[in-house]
Design a protein. Sequence first.
Length: 106
Amino acid sequence: MTRNEEIILLTILKLKDNAYGVSIRRQIYQDTGNKWSFASIYQPLDNLVRKQYVRRKKGHPTAKRGGKSRFYYEVTPDGLQNLQELKKAHEQIWSGIPEISLENGK
């Protein structure tokens, strides 16, 4: 899983039932301070759907969107398991790094 896919998957978990393209992008900006293009959101989303880590659900059409439906995303059990394994690996890797190394760059 790429770092962008990981960030998007975590963001979908955070947003719960309100995870759609624009809300995902907005949340990533709030969390990281980085503005992602829509292409940098949707390509990893497509990959996550293909890997079956995310399920895409079509919402109801709305007048505000010109009769178009919004697509919502939810993390699948496989996606959740992958995140848990990734978190464990991150903790394992970081466990050998003393705090002082991060502060002084040594």
